[in-house]
Design a protein around this ligand. Sequence first.
Ligand SMILES: Cc1cc2nc3c(=O)[nH]c(=O)nc-3n(C[C@H](O)[C@H](O)[C@H](O)COP(=O)(O)OP(=O)(O)OC[C@H]3O[C@@H](n4cnc5c(N)ncnc54)[C@H](O)[C@@H]3O)c2cc1C
Length: 611
Amino acid sequence: MAEHAKPGLSRRRFLTGAGIAAGAAAFSLSGCNASGSEKTAPAEKSSEKAKDVQSDKDAEKAKKFAEFAAPIDPVAKPASWDGEYDAIVVGSGGGGCNAALRLSENGMKVLMIERLSEFGGISKHSSMFSNVGGHKIAEANKWAFPEYPYNVDKIVECFYNAQQMSGDPELLRAMAIEGPKCIDWMIDAVGCKWVPSNPSPSGAMLLVWEGQKTKTNGVNVNFETFRYLREKVEEAGVELKLKTKVLTLVSENNEILGVKVEEEGAEKFYGAKYTILTAGGMETNRAMMETYNPLVTKGIANIATPPYGTGECIRMGMGVGATLSGMDSTGAFEGGIWWKEYEPYDTMMDTRINKDGNQAVRQPWLRINKLGERVPYISVTSRAYPYVHDQPISSEGLCETGNIEMSQPDGKTFVVFDNKYDELLSQNYFQQAICRVAGTVAPDDPYIDRVPEELRDWRTGFNDMVEKGAIKKCDTIEELEKALGLEEGVLTSNVEKWNEACDKGEDYVNNYKYKPEWLIKLDTPPYYGAAVGGHVFGSKCGLTVNPNMQVINEYGKAIKGLYAGWHTAGGSAGEGNFAARPLTGMYADIGLSFVGGYMCAEGVLKEEKGA
Ligand SMILES: Cc1cc2nc3c(=O)[nH]c(=O)nc-3n(C[C@H](O)[C@H](O)[C@H](O)COP(=O)(O)OP(=O)(O)OC[C@H]3O[C@@H](n4cnc5c(N)ncnc54)[C@H](O)[C@@H]3O)c2cc1C
């Protein structure tokens, strides 16, 4: 640390608290059907000695927790390098691929380092490239967000406004300018097969890899994308090292000179003029989430991805003096099931792949918080402002409902329905779309093999949740109320009002009234209920970057030789934007990764030209 300024936390220097939460409110997993999952009350401490042992253990856990979130110091330049390059790209997700391909296309010698044995990170599991238009496909469709024709000023205003003016308008402008170029370059120069997700003009908003998303199957659509991109990376002469983990940055005189890695059990040093961190976010590292995103983390039921976003590259950036931006912002949908209560010093978040049966609870059922207040639901065809229904399909509703759920007391929304659920979900009665559809992959689907068994039919995951007690199943509403841990009368009184409203055909809330056809009477036992909260795809808190994607220190100065793409970078969604309104942020998550990597390469090329 000696040679660097101490890292600040946020470019605005607002420190939202140390964030080591004192444990979430008690919410028992016990219930009518949850015999195997009851928690035992903490044993009474019988002696002072036992107390000491306990506090020693806590101190140990607290130390480990703090270490998981702490900056990682750089190391000094080695006597000799094990390899030298123009650029080192860390991570083989969307950002890493674009940065590596764009730089090698411009004649640079590039090393790509990936710690896993597989290529493609979380990115390969995604499906749709969310964007705001301006590229050739959108122009052909005459579509742009928030309005056509494509207008960079309007996009900046729209996103900056949604971020409550907390982000960086210059960064948003750079994203709006570079994003369409990135998409056209991927199609024209790299040969990517991005096509609109549906034939309507707004189909251009969600691009998918041609032929990969079938009528019944939208899982792991980008497996093919990353098979192709790996081929392109290797063809381009990028040196790819899998199973190689970056341990820290190498730094001298405030300049980043390369990385120290662990490769086949040995420590090695690779040098480069530019180091590009496209290594994912911090969302699965609970110590980092609690420390740097303490407010939103209370509302996160679980993380919707495999546990790859461990955040160490963000910590490495902090170790060389970088600040963080995007605190308390994530890219999230609603409907994560609270499978567990976190202990104060848990270092990992619970991870549950999106669409694991949770589609069943993500419908306009009766939804209340622990105080008995109704919790609004924004449909994929509704708009939150002005509140209207029957609009074109958009992911906005998923993100808005994510924000709503993460803001409830204890981050919990209690969703209640009855035994008619299967009949209703099988016909997609509520006409939901994207990942709210309770789908079943057809046995003859050409890509069924890339879908894990448990994700082929939503009922598999749903039944598992019922069996393990994450979803309660009870014969009476009174029993369900108890099983959900709600105060007496909180659920029963709502069900009474709900059933009356169903008879009348008019919702009983003043705001965000349900459509009459959504009012489905609770009259057919058994009854089901679950506590749901934020289901996070990616953290949006990471290293502060300028519009050229150079990582900057607390004085706004670029740290020489260091670039970061999302989700290792932060700031794309502003501060305190729980689910990244609107649309889970410009380019959402996989698009953000692609665009960020492309922007890093453009930044490097500019620096090379001395611009
Ligand atoms: C089932 C599912 C569906 C999704 N669908 C969508 C969707 O439709 N649209 C959307 O926008 N988003 C979607 N997402 C989210 C999106 O995929 C991710 O947020 C995004 O791809 C993350 O990209 P990334 O580049 O930040 O991280 P990654 O793709 O994870 O890439 C980072 C890579 O860096 C590597 N790495 C990390 N640390 C090190 C280190 N120390 N040394 C070496 N390598 C390291 C990691 O192993 C990883 O491979 C989905 C995610 C899932 C799981």
